[in-house]
Design a protein around this ligand. Sequence first.
Ligand SMILES: C[S@@+](CC[C@H](N)C(=O)[O-])C[C@H]1O[C@@H](n2cnc3c(N)ncnc32)[C@H](O)[C@@H]1O
Length: 232
Amino acid sequence: MSENTNPFVAMFEDPERARSYADGPAKFTPGFSDMHRMVNVLVQERAPDDAHILVHGAGGGLELEALARANPGWRFTGVDPAKPMLVEAEARLGELMERVDLHHGYIDTAPDGPFDAATSLLTLHFLDEEERVETVRRIVERLRSGAPFVAVHSSFPQDEPDRDMWMSRYEAFAVASGVDPEMAHNARQGVSGMSTIFESEVDMRILRDAGLTRVAPFYAAFTWRGWVGYSP
Ligand SMILES: C[S@@+](CC[C@H](N)C(=O)[O-])C[C@H]1O[C@@H](n2cnc3c(N)ncnc32)[C@H](O)[C@@H]1O
């Protein structure tokens, strides 16, 4: 997991793209800020006031900002292999960085913990099944027993004609959110070309295979799904 050969990950290494990243997620992910509030509720259920939270795929800093503002006593460790995305996270977080450690690299570069909770938002769909199971396993190893892990990523029917219909809705939502139609179409082409997106049943099995218990869906928004599971 040391070399970044996936083109959909390598794109986050582009500083220009990283600079404009923060505008995108809310336009491509229906209910993005409500989803952050849901993640916060799920983590708050189990995490103490002085919790230490592991944020996987922390680039851009959007969920770090939402969680840090909502929980003044929490500390965070963020991990991400794309340096420009970490630079943007640091700029976004400003004084909140007092409670955040950012690690450049994959999950192995994160401290052992134990953490009180972990998140991986809009990230795991870039990993193939083997790397995804292994990555979530390493996240789970870093959690206290009973701690929640919350994941949200691209997950939708993969058989035609349904796959194309959901891709069409993905593009239409972006256009309805104000994204330039050509950009929205290019984004659709990019996602359509990915071979690391699965049906939600497969995603749930991957999370269980990685060692999580009581895995349950909590978020469904066009091509996006979210689950919470617990460390054994
Ligand atoms: C679409 S962005 C999501 C960023 C942030 N979680 C959010 O919700 O706005 C995906 C991020 O995952 C990072 N990433 C890709 N592969 C990763 C991996 N194997 N481990 C950790 N982060 C990864 C990318 O560098 C990028 O910053």
